[in-house]
Design a protein around this ligand. Structure first.
Ligand code: NDP
Length: 396
């Protein structure tokens, strides 16, 4: 009897709910979120009475403890926001629940994300005999598992890792973000950072740019940004000499971002507006399109993968592994666009890996620390097939 709980009824939560409901390894599923009506709507779309719903403010450990004691889940998938990672992990420890997420902890009052806060739970999870699986979305998630798979099967040493993330979709809006606007804008307006020869190199935001070619898409302007999986990958694969993360942005998107920053709408501190305290970026989120609503008219592909150079049997080798995902197909299946889809599918499959005892050990783990093989054997059937290319020009 395996009981799964999902926290967060947004775009990613919608996909996790659909995929978990279709997987018989989960006997019971509860979807809890701040606004219960959103969880109810997802449960109804999934149908078959497969998903129970409840409400919770996941910022409050006491509420989470009450919820966990009510349903006694074996594992909780956190697809609320990164702000809630630590409160949910605290409640997991208090109630003996295992944990999985897709984004590392970020304090609300500082636009900074790093694993140190969650890695600090290692001894407590180990002592409690509980598993915490960190970063099981697409990036982090699939990109980390692709790297582990490459290291296991195709390389003796990985030297250069370039993660490339292209969204060539068109949602027809002048400006919208593909996942939670507050988290997304905080991420992409940060300074760039990459790993080279044992240390982090910092760049101005979007300072390094290249035209990269994406399969079935073509050339797109791609920029080096900092992304969280780099931190765990260089630790878990110490032969890496350089690790970078590239993301595509259109000029229109960058212009909007620049304006948002210049006029102060990306600020994360409280300001006084007519006697009312507001945080500009949270106000901006309230007026921007809900990422979940983009799905209906979204066309085109995402293409995310890893371009790797290293050594196998004494010879230099290049390798490119990627998935292309179609926004329209993702919408047909789950009612969400491909960015939510590519995040939710690995999260649901990671939970299934745990439920089957394949990814289970006491402690806190980034996904690349588990055996990638059972996951890679299943991920195509779950909707995210991968393509591998050997000895190709990586362009980076
Ligand atoms: P959404 O904003 O669409 O959904 C977030 C959901 O969490 C909403 O339903 C929201 O409730 C709920 N929520 C927020 N705060 C709380 C709280 N305190 N208590 C309970 N519920 C809460 O975000 P997405 O679905 O786009 O993203 C979800 C997560 O996935 C984020 O952490 C994001 O960083 C991560 N992500 C990871 C990616 C990866 O590849 N690894 C890629 C994309 C996203 P309400 O509806 O009431 O606001």
């Amino acid at each position: 009897m395996f009981k799964l709980m999902i926290i967060g009824a947004g775009g990613v939560g919608t996909v996790v709910a659909h995929k978990a409901a279709a997987n018989p390894v989960f006997d019971e599923i509860v979807l809890a979120s701040r606004t219960k009506s959103k969880a109810d709507a997802i449960a109804q779309a999934v149908g078959g009475g497969r998903i129970k719903t409840d409400s919770v403010d996941a910022d409050e450990v006491s509420q989470l403890v009450e919820l966990f004691n009510k349903y006694r889940p074996d594992l909780v998938i956190n697809v609320a926001l990164p702000y809630q990672d630590l409160t949910i992990m605290d409640a997991c420890l208090e109630c003996g629940v295992n944990y999985l997420d897709t984004a590392n902890y970020e304090p609300k009052d500082e636009a900074k994300f790093e694993y140190s806060w969650q890695w600090a739970y290692q001894d407590r999870f180990k002592k409690a005999g509980l598993t915490a699986i960190l970063g099981c979305g697409f990036d982090p998630g699939m990109t980390s598992i692709y790297t582990a798979y490459a290291a296991k099967h195709h390389f003796d040493e990985i030297h250069y890792l370039d993660i490339v993330d292209c969204n060539a979709g068109n949602h027809g809006m002048a400006f919208a973000t593909n996942f939670n606007p507050e988290i997304n804008i905080r991420e992409v307006t940060q300074k760039g950072r990459y790993w080279e020869n044992g240390k982090w190199v910092e760049t101005e935001p979007h300072e390094i740019k290249k035209d990269l070619t994406y399969p079935e898409i073509g050339q797109r302007d791609s920029y080096v940004i900092y992304h969280e999986e780099l931190e765990s990958l260089v630790k878990n694969f110490p032969t890496i000499k350089r690790a970078r993360f590239w993301m595509t942005f259109g000029q229109e998107y960058l212009t909007h971002l620049r304006v948002i920053q210049n006029i102060g709408m990306a600020r994360i501190d409280e300001i006084d507006y007519n006697g009312c305290k507001i945080v500009p970026i949270q106000f901006l989120k309230a007026v921007l399109p809900d990422p979940k609503s983009l799905g209906e008219n979204y066309t085109g592909l995402t293409s995310i993968g890893c371009r790797i150079k290293g050594i196998k049997d004494g010879k230099e080798r290049t390798y490119y592994i990627y998935n292309n995902c179609d926004h329209e197909k993702a919408y047909e299946e789950t009612g969400t666009q491909a960015v939510s889809y590519t995040t939710g599918v690995p999260a649901a499959l990671g939970a299934a890996m745990f439920a089957k005892g394949l990814w289970k050990a006491p402690g806190v783990f980034n996904v690349e620390e588990f055996d990638p093989d059972p996951f890679m054997a299943e991920i195509g059937k779950q909707g995210l097939p991968f393509v591998e290319k050997f000895d190709v020009d990586l362009e980076v």
